[in-house]
Design a binder for this molecule. Structure first.
Ligand SMILES: Nc1nc2c(ncn2[C@@H]2O[C@H](COP(=O)(O)OP(=O)(O)OP(=O)(O)O)[C@@H](O)[C@H]2O)c(=O)[nH]1
Ligand SMILES: [Mg+2]
Length: 612
């Protein structure tokens, strides 16, 4: 036990209770205006913003609001990419092995070369939690590994490792180009067989003509010199050599030769005509050309391209006439795919507003994002995606989900500010209007302190409408004039491809008479992909976030905005987009002070209503 005298030496400061850090005392100004507006909004929307327990969960007392009004250098860099093209290679199959059993007293054992391992496949999966394609874009070329070669003693080669690429939900994958060695080999064989059939036909005709000629000559001779002389002539004729029977040069791209063999050993070897092979799993590949609309998370990875089949070892070629074949098959090559990835759904909610409206501050107050905030226009120069976690990762949802799919979070995109005539590429260009196009729900962020919010809303809708008009007119003007040789294809309406390729289609040898199957997959010219079809902007659910409600003279403006929206909803006023079919089921204007973090808790509730 310490001596009571010891306390005498302690500094007096340490004995005093520490004063808790309290932002309220640091910023003593009350904000009665926003609180009053929020309360009114709550009472008018009892379902969505009541004073139930969930509110207290959603809006825990924030001890520190400095992150909502940060210093100019307090932000992080957000790398974002919504489009990219990637070249992907499936692994080639390993080669078969040429080997023979060697044992004591067995001089020339039977063949025992193992088969090569199959190459690694390419898989894709859409997962939640990813928001950008920049990681994929950085990889550029992706290769699955090759299967290992077979070995002696009938040891098969190890199969190559598969590659799984993960993309954000809402990604659309389209094929730009493909190079399929198996398909090419099939096409080459088809040409060869046609050529052979043509040559056989020619020989047959030549033979018939020769026979006819001989008959004619014989008759003449019979008449002129007699039968004896004709027989003499026929004996002197050269023996028939069928061109088709000549041995073709060895195809080293298809065969592995026994290293111990001499090239002359193969002069009389007739290499079997084996069909190009595919792995069984290749039947699961989506139909070419690939079009995948990954609008939902995919539980199981989807196969894009199976690796090449492994080559067969030499025992496969043993026959009665050739007991010890000194060759084995090489593995089939892997497919090369050039794929275009595009985010069709950037985020569940897109923040649309003029520069300096307070979009980034709103995103900061809703999420943990560290987007840049500044009191000047174009603080945000590229989209930022934030995730609103609605179950706090505790398993107990803060917003009760009524739908079957229990969502635990949703994403919000902070998009650079929209200026007047943005559709004419003013401001930060048309690029970010494309991002607005890719948001599921539009949240119009209106600065109540900046002027008439109704007018502002109408201007924003006008820009969107003009952009939409240009966007829809674009494909026609971009159509290439010369369409010859371009293979036209339309994305499947069902989104996900149908896995209906017959199992044995790939290993079937086509008869020479068969017409060549159109193979759009093998067209080598890269195709200009058409624009992704997007739903019309005016049909998307939308709501208004009336921000900076803590400032002076904002109450009347908010009231006017509310009246305007209820008139639109009732059909008394034209939809701000000017389109009679514009979405106006449930129009809300949520007053918030993003900088104070007040009123923002209603937004997750509202968004969840829309999402369900
Ligand atoms: N008083 C008040 N000021 C706010 C509020 N929200 C944002 N601001 C201020 O408004 C200014 C602009 O905020 P930002 O969030 O950067 O605006 P923005 O819409 O992202 O602007 P851009 O990125 O340029 O398009 C900053 O100085 C913020 O502090 C608010 O609710 N109340
Ligand atoms: Mg911003």
């Amino acid at each position: 036990m310490a001596h009571p005298g010891a306390y005498f030496y302690l500094p007096i400061r340490s004995l005093r209770p520490r004063r808790a850090y309290c932002p309220v005392t640091l910023r003593p100004q009350p904000y009665p205006r926003i609180s009053a507006q929020c309360q009114r909004w709550q009472s008018s929307h009892p379902g969505s913003a009541g004073s139930d327990n969930a509110t207290t969960h959603l809006e825990p007392p924030s001890p520190d609001l400095s992150h909502l009004n940060p210093a100019p250098d307090d932000y992080s860099r957000f790398i974002f990419q919504d489009k990219c093209q990637v070249t992907m290679h499936a692994g080639a199959g390993g080669n078969g092995c040429v080997s023979f059993l060697r044992e004591k007293y067995i001089e020339e054992g039977p063949p025992n070369g193992g088969d090569g391992g199959s190459g690694g496949g390419l898989y894709i999966q859409a997962v939640e939690g990813l928001t950008s394609l920049h990681k994929l874009a950085r990889r550029g070329v992706i290769r699955a590994s090759r299967g290992k070669n077979g070995q002696g003693k009938s040891k098969g080669g190890k199969r190559g490792d598969d590659i799984l690429i993960q993309v954000p939900v809402g990604t659309v994958v389209r094929e730009v180009e493909r190079h399929d060695p198996v398909e090419e080999e099939i096409a080459r064989r088809r040409i060869e067989m046609k050529e052979e059939a043509r040559r056989a036909e020619e020989l047959k005709m030549a033979e018939e003509m020769r026979r006819g000629e001989e008959m004619r000559k014989a008759q003449e001779m019979e008449m002129e010199e007699g039968l004896e002389r004709k027989e003499e002539e026929m004996e002197n004729e050269a023996p028939e050599i069928e061109e088709g029977e000549a041995f073709a040069p060895i195809r080293h791209d298809r065969w592995v030769l026994y290293p111990g063999a001499h090239p002359s050993d193969f002069l009389t070897v007739a290499f079997p005509k084996i069909k190009p092979r595919r792995q069984q799993i290749a039947a699961m590949e989506p139909q070419a050309p690939i079009f995948l609309d990954l609008s939902k998370p995919t539980e199981k990875p989807i196969l894009l391209a199976a690796g090449g089949a492994g080559g067969l070892g030499n025992p496969h070629f043993a026959s009665r006439s050739m007991g010890r074949p000194k060759f084995a098959a090489r593995g089939e090559g892997g497919m090369r795919l050039e794929l275009d990835f595009e985010l069709k759904l950037l985020a569940d909610v897109g923040l649309v507003g003029k520069p300096n409206a307070g979009k980034s501050t709103l995103l900061r107050s809703l999420t943990n994002s560290r987007t840049r905030i500044g009191n000047w226009e174009f603080t945000t120069l590229s989209p930022w995606i934030g995730t609103v976690v609605i179950d706090d990762n505790t398993g107990r949802p803060l917003v009760e989900s009524k739908g079957k799919t229990r969502r635990t979070n949703f994403t919000i995109a902070d998009i650079p500010g929209l200026v007047e005539d943005a559709h004419l590429d003013r401001g930060l260009g048309l690029g970010f209007l494309r991002h607005i196009d890719r948001a599921g729900i539009l949240a119009f962020v209106l600065d109540l302190s900046a002027g008439d919010p109704v007018q502002e809303l109408q201007k924003l809708w006008h820009e969107l409408g003009e952009y939409e008009r240009l966007r829809d007119a674009e494909p026609a003007s971009e159509e290439p004039e010369d369409l010859e040789g371009v293979i036209d294809w339309g994305p499947s309406s069902s989104g996900l491809p149908e896995f209906d390729r017959p199992q044995n289609q790939d290993i079937e040898l086509l008869s020479p008479n068969e017409e060549s199957v159109s193979s759009p997959s093998n067209s080598h010219a890269p195709r200009a992909l058409p624009h992704l079809p997007m739903p019309p902007l005016h049909t998307k659910p939308w709501f208004v976030v009336a921000t900076k409600a803590d400032l002076e003279n904002t109450q009347d403006r908010y009231r006017a905005l509310q009246e305007y929206l209820s008139a639109v909803q009732k059909g008394l006023t034209e939809h701000p987009s000017g389109n009679p079919n514009g979405w106006k089921e449930r129009l809300h204007a949520v007053p918030v002070s993003a900088m104070r973090g007040e009123g923002v808790s209603h937004i997750p509730r509202l968004v969840m209503e829309f999402l369900e």
